[in-house]
Write a new protein. Structure first.
Length: 537
């Protein structure tokens, strides 16, 4: 045996083979990724006063020249990461020599904000509303199991065949700066667009003629949402609250269809406002902020009911569950959270994206959430299993928007809001007709009522219309990406149904009309596109 052979033998005997070295290298990489993931989830106070106190406790300058609150939080997080690394990644990143160490440890956990009496009353109303709607949905889903599969397959084939015929019907120049949001009105007769100029425009369908322009924001608009009862028969009048917008100057504005000035301006955010969303009852509004919080507003009194912390970076995306019990938030920390608006507790942490979360939406079935991220994927989360159900490699660049389809019947089901059946139950309670709590609605009679009103199908995310015909609601999901494409996905297999190229720059937002005839997308190139199928016009 020569020297080379001996060297090889010793290498194997000492455990120094290429395979073993590769395994050790991979283990080190996995350990490093886990360490970075832990650092990314590290909680940092969003209150600037607490940030300064923490920096002082670490012996660091409480502020630097030209440093804003956001930069200060980032610096604190970096310092905590360095301390954590120096200690080998174990324990909390706090200064054990500081007198405030116990307070710091407490701050690293969940943050709680003392609520007002208005918030308590709102949560009671939300509980009544959401539990009543949840009971109706669950009762409907229980009898959907027995529906013949052939009927569901036929509906699915009919809907997807029509979607495959969708193509570009035309485009329209939207504004002088990039468009940020596009949303169809609940009655599918108008399109709402917002832009970085701070202007909001309303267009008619299908001609795309400009109806009105709303000027009120002094900075770019990050999000807009229609009131769930706006433009619907029996809903809100044109003079009432029809939609809301959130601006870069940190305010949320409420608008009517007719007035040139906003009905009200909601001030409270300390930085830009991202997406905004109405609670399905229409009585409350949520707004995501670059100050690391999302906030809940009473649209009637214009009061700020809740300032919710929990993200370590800017919060951009926000969506309410159709029952009205849950709200999800996502931000630039790559983490999403599902909150119970009735209690304020976290129901689920959506931890899986490796980049920022830019969009999210609840499925009509009530237990799925779709999130779009800068990592080019869409994740489908199952709230029942508390984990990712499916990962869609949706686009070649960031996913900017995700929207489940909802029918007009699904939207109009919330017309009564908190003044409908749930409110009747509340009045019944005040008269002493309810034996237990304000949420103790007669489940048996309620289920009988649901069975008489609807003939449901077998899918939880496909609720029935009152006519007894199968609804398309929840059958598919649409996504928008910075790769200039809009895509339609089936919500059972999460397979691609149709790709709609825009050839107009990054797609910033997308939506689908409640009659399923049109899809609209807003682009960074300042224009928006309208897509439709053979039966659209």
């Amino acid at each position: 045996m020569d020297l080379d052979d001996l060297t090889v033998d010793n290498t194997y005997q000492l455990g120094g083979s290429d395979d073993e070295r590769e395994r050790a290298k991979n283990a080190a990489l996995i350990e490093e990724l886990d360490r970075k993931k832990k650092f990314r989830r590290m909680a940092v106070p969003t209150d600037d006063k607490k940030v300064r106190e923490r920096l002082r406790a670490y012996g660091e300058p409480i502020t630097l020249f030209g440093e804003g609150p956001g930069d200060r939080r980032d610096r604190l997080k970096y310092i905590q990461e360095q301390i954590e690394q120096a200690r080998g990644g174990d324990g909390m990143a706090v200064d054990s020599d500081s007198d405030d160490s116990s307070d710091s440890e407490e701050e690293e956990g969940e943050f709680y904000t003392e609520g007002s009496d208005d918030l308590l009353e709102a949560r009671r109303k939300l509980a009544r509303y959401s539990l009543f709607r949840a009971r109706k949905r669950i009762a409907r889903q229980k009898i959907e199991v027995g529906l013949p599969l052939g009927k569901i397959v036929s509906l699915r084939k009919e809907v997807f065949t029509e979607l495959k015929t969708f193509n570009n019907l035309g485009s329209q120049f939207g504004d002088d700066r990039p468009l940020s949001t596009i949303r169809f009105s609940p009655n599918s007769q108008y399109i709402l667009t917002t832009s970085w100029t701070g202007d909001t425009k309303i267009w008619d369908l299908p001609n795309l003629n400009l109806v009105s322009t709303k000027k009120g924001h002094t900075d770019k608009i990050g999000g807009a949402a229609w009131h769930p009862q706006a433009t619907l028969p029996g809903g809100i009048s044109e003079d009432g609250l029809n939609f809301a917008t959130g601006g870069g100057e940190g305010t949320v504005k409420l608008w009517s269809m007719t007035g040139d000035k906003p009905i009200a301006t909601l001030s409270g955010h300390e930085n830009r406002v991202g997406r905004v969303a109405f609670h399905p009852s229409g009585s409350y509004l949520g707004s995501a902020g670059f100050d690391g919080t999302w906030r809940l507003w009473d649209v009637e009194t214009h009061k700020e009911l809740l300032i919710q912390e929990g993200h370590s970076k800017e919060v951009y995306a926000l969506a309410f569950q159709d029952d009205g019990a849950l709200v999800s938030s996502g931000g630039f920390d790559g983490i999403g959270r599902v909150w119970d608006v009735r209690t304020g507790r976290t129901a689920m942490v959506l931890d899986g994206h490796v980049k920022e979360i830019l969009a999210m939406d609840f499925a009509p079935n009530g237990y799925q959430v779709a999130t779009g991220s800068g990592d080019d994927t869409v994740r489908i989360w199952d709230l029942r299993a508390l984990k990712t159900q499916y990962i869609i490699p949706a686009h070649k660049s960031s996913v900017s928007d995700v929207r489940f389809f909802r029918t007009s019947n699904e939207l109009s089901s919330s017309i009564n809001g908190l003044n409908g059946d749930a409110q009747k139950e509340e009045e019944k309670e005040s008269k002493g007709n309810v034996k237990d709590t304000s949420m103790d609605i007669d489940q048996d009679s309620n289920q009988d009522k649901v069975e008489k009103e609807v003939k449901p199908n077998m899918y939880g995310n496909r609720p029935q219309t009152t006519s007894g015909e199968l609804s398309k609601s929840g059958l598919f999901l649409i996504t928008a990406g910075f790769d200039c494409n809009v895509r339609i996905w089936s919500s059972d297999e999460w397979s691609l149904i149709k790709n709609l190229p825009t050839d107009a720059g990054k797609v910033m937002s997308v939506d689908i009309s409640s009659n399923s005839k049109f899809i609209a997308s807003a682009s960074y190139s300042r224009s928006f596109h309208l897509f439709g199928g053979d039966n659209s016009l």
